[in-house]
Structures are given as structure tokens and as C-alpha cells.
Design a binder for this molecule. Structure first.
Ligand SMILES: C[S@@+](CC[C@H](N)C(=O)[O-])C[C@H]1O[C@@H](n2cnc3c(N)ncnc32)[C@H](O)[C@@H]1O
Length: 404
């Protein structure tokens, strides 16, 4: 079979390209498009032979799109218009303009692509942009399925709940098709068998795969968000409230750390060495923000989503690592608020807290060891680019599901 011709839109540092490679699909990225100069340099560094179009998507003409004659679109449109903490400008946000342009171009292409995969933040599913996307796909005759997935459903100790849509230009729906539902786990062989059994029983086709949508007891949704947050298990013995955390949060973290189906963070960490000193949290910063930090140890089986503000803003941008593994977090934080500043600092310093390195975040995001950044890219810029990127393993698996 001829290699698939893939168009990678909003290519950034090439998370989609990396995922395509990991999926072992016979494919060629015929063009990668992005306006960000730095992201483009990282892309070129890692995928030197891919044609990189450093221009806006809305600046590409229908003719140019047609000339590419692509079979597949991989895209992660800007997510700011849809984030829960943002203004949710949705289709009226200027950053959605290029996406609406793609939707406008799609039905007018000489040849429709056979496959589409889109990634965005949680929140996109309730946007007008998504409704517009579904309407366009239906008009063009695509069959599609939506997902909300986090790397935790692949055993990776990092929460990054994201919206995904896969679409194919075929008569037959996906075997796991769940009309009107957003799947919160990957479809598996069981779904296929069940699907076939149901078909054999000659049941109504639209009922075929209902069961695949919401599995019971599945650790599919991001454990940091939604109903899974409220653990029904009782607090671990001796646990108490500290560090501005509620009993519920402490219980949730405890449960996550005891979930042996998730790998430990230590599998993703670099060896501690002298160069790590640059990643340690500055004392002033520690005293000021310690209560807001999400602190994890190498033996933990969780970390929060690393965003583009990591290393710059504190709250909600990603976990920090406690490298003094024998120190009890509780003993450091208990009654700390009553201590004078110097003593506070002394206590906090015993934890030896540091940021995850860009390489460690890349590891958690599924980028292989050979994926790198040009020397001139600073650590902060790496955090920014990685925070904008995606989990390669999750997308690779979705590509396999889409083409399977
Ligand atoms: C969410 S990031 C995608 C990241 C990418 N998937 C990766 O792995 O790094 C969105 C990207 O879209 C790019 N972008 C935003 N608006 C654009 C436009 N109108 N035309 C081209 N690129 C655009 C940004 O520069 C950014 O790199």
C-alpha cells in the first residue's frame, strides 16, 4: 500500500509527527504548518526532511491545499479559546479563525482526506467550534468518534486530560462507535468481539457498541478532574490536613499513588547530577509559594499536567519533585505557618524540591530519547513548547485505532 500523505497543521514541535512515527504507519508528512519560529526550529531539528511551512494556515490557498493531495490531517488547533480557565472566546476568539478556515476549506477540496485526527483541551467538547466541526464532518460524509483521554489510561503517571476526535471517510462507522457519547478510554479487543457477537445476533446496528462508552471501574478519565476526584475510600490512617489540601485531595493522591497499574515517576527521571542544581526552587520562591505546590516523590504514580507556564507560574502548571525522599511532607508542613521566615525556609529546604527537567517532561509526554531541542533553546522555552505539545503515546494509539 502507498504511504499515506499526511498534512500536519499547527505542528508545533512535532508531537503529531512523533506519534505517527510511533504508530508504525506507512506515512509521509507532506507539509507541517506553524507560525511559531521557535517551535519550527525544534521541528526542523527533529524532522529535517519534512517540508515545513512557516506561515499561517489561513494564508494557505485552496489550490495549495489541493496540490498537497493529502490523505490524512493531524491537527492541534490553539486551545486558549476553549480552556476552562480562559475567557472561552470560542469561535469569536481571533485564534479560532484559522480553524474555521480549515472547516470552510474542507468541503471544497478536490479530494477529501480519508482520515482526520484532532486534539484539543477539555472544554472543546462544549464549544461552538466543535459543533461546527461535527456539522462539517457530517456534511462531507465522515464517520467520527470523540474521546476524552489522559496518559494515565496508558499507565503513565501524568494527568493531561485532552479532547480527541478521529474521523474517517467511510460508510461503516467505527466498531466502537457510540453515537452522541464521548469515550473515556481506548476501545479494545473486547469491544470488537462484543461488537461482532452483537452483529451476529442481528441486533440493531445503532445499538452495537453502546457498552464501549462508559466502562465500569475503568481508570480512564483523568484522576485529577471530574467524578474520579471524589474518592469514596476513607482517609489513610494518620493522614491529616496540611498544605491547604482538603481531605478529599489527600485521599485522591493517596489512591493514585497506590494504583500499581500506573508506572512510578522514577522510570521517567534523569539521574541526579550536579547540573540539576539549576532546577532547584529558589529559597524566596519556596517560602512564598510552598503551599501552592503539587509535590511528588520519585515513587509516586502521579503528576499534574505540565503547562506552558511551568517554571514560571506556580499554581496549576505542573508538579515539583521532592528529591529528599526520606523527609515526610507532613512533618515539614505541620504548623509551618506559625514559624518565622528563616525557620520556614530551613524546614522547606529539607525537601530538596526541584522542577522536572525538560527531558523528564518530554519522557512523560512520550517523546523518545533521540528527540531533542537545539542548543539555543532555553529551559523556559522548552517548558513552553512542551506544555503546548501533547502526549505522543496517546496520539499514537489513537492513530492506530483510526487506521485499524
Ligand atoms: C496547541 S499548539 C500545537 C502543538 C503541537 N501539536 C506540538 O506537538 O507541539 C498550537 C500551535 O499552533 C500554532 N498556530 C496558532 N495559530 C496558527 C495559525 N493561524 N497558523 C499556523 N499556526 C498556528 C502555534 O504556533 C502553536 O505552535
Amino acid at each position: 500500500m502507498a504511504a499515506l500523505r499526511v498534512l500536519e497543521l499547527y505542528s508545533g514541535i512535532g508531537g503529531m509527527h512523533q506519534a505517527l512515527r510511533e504508530s508504525c504507519t506507512s506515512a509521509e508528512v507532506v507539509a507541517a504548518v506553524d507560525v511559531n519560529t521557535l517551535a519550527n526550529e525544534v521541528y526542523k531539528h527533529n524532522f529535517p526532511s519534512t517540508p515545513l511551512w512557516a506561515k499561517t494556515i489561513e494564508g494557505i490557498t485552496l489550490k495549495e491545499f489541493d496540490r498537497l493531495s493529502f490523505d490524512m490531517i493531524l491537527m492541534s488547533p490553539p486551545c486558549q479559546p476553549f480552556t476552562r480557565i480562559g475567557l472561552q472566546g470560542d469561535v469569536s476568539d481571533p485564534r479560532t479563525k484559522s480553524f474555521l478556515y480549515i472547516l470552510d476549506v474542507l468541503p471544497r477540496l478536490q479530494k477529501l482526506p480519508k482520515y482526520i485526527l484532532l486534539e484539543n483541551v477539555k472544554g472543546f467538547e462544549s464549544s461552538s467550534a466543535r459543533n461546527e466541526l461535527l456539522r462539517t464532518l457530517e456534511t462531507c460524509g465522515f464517520k467520527y468518534q470523540e474521546f476524552l483521554l489522559s496518559p494515565t489510561c496508558l499507565g503513565i503517571p501524568n494527568s493531561r486530560l485532552r479532547y480527541f476526535l478521529i474521523a474517517k471517510l467511510q460508510q461503516e462507522p467505527f466498531f466502537f462507535h457510540a453515537p452522541g457519547q464521548i469515550l473515556t478510554r481506548f476501545p479494545d479487543l473486547e469491544d470488537r468481539i462484543q461488537c461482532l457477537e452483537e452483529l451476529c445476533k442481528d441486533k440493531a446496528v445503532d445499538k452495537v457498541c453502546e457498552s464501549s462508552s462508559l466502562p465500569s471501574g475503568e481508570k480512564s478519565l483523568d484522576p485529577n478532574v471530574g467524578p474520579h476526584c471524589s474518592s469514596k475510600k476513607s482517609l489513610p490512617k494518620g493522614a491529616f490536613l496540611f498544605k491547604l489540601e482538603t481531605a478529599e485531595e489527600i485521599a485522591r493522591k493517596h489512591n493514585q499513588n497506590n494504583d500499581s497499574s500506573i508506572q512510578m515517576l522514577k522510570d521517567f527521571l534523569e539521574e541526579e547530577n550536579e547540573e540539576m542544581s539549576r532546577y532547584f526552587l529558589a529559597p524566596k520562591f519556596l517560602v512564598r509559594y510552598a503551599f501552592l505546590l503539587d509535590i511528588v516523590k520519585p515513587t509516586c504514580r502521579r503528576s499534574t499536567c505540565f503547562t506552558k507556564g511551568y517554571g514560571h507560574y506556580v499554581e496549576g502548571t505542573g508538579s515539583v519533585l521532592q528529591t529528599a525522599v526520606d523527609v515526610q511532607l507532613e512533618s515539614v508542613f505541620k504548623h509551618i505557618e506559625n514559624l518565622p521566615e528563616e525557620e520556614k525556609l530551613l524546614k522547606l529546604s529539607t525537601l530538596k524540591l526541584r522542577y522536572f527537567t525538560p527531558r523528564e517532561i518530554a519522557n512523560l509526554h512520550g517523546f523518545p530519547p533521540e528527540f531533542g531541542f537545539p542548543d539555543k533553546v532555553t529551559v523556559k522555552q522548552c517548558y513552553r513548547l512542551l506544555g503546548n505539545s501533547l502526549n505522543v503515546h496517546v496520539v499514537a494509539k489513537l492513530i492506530s485505532v483510526l487506521l485499524g
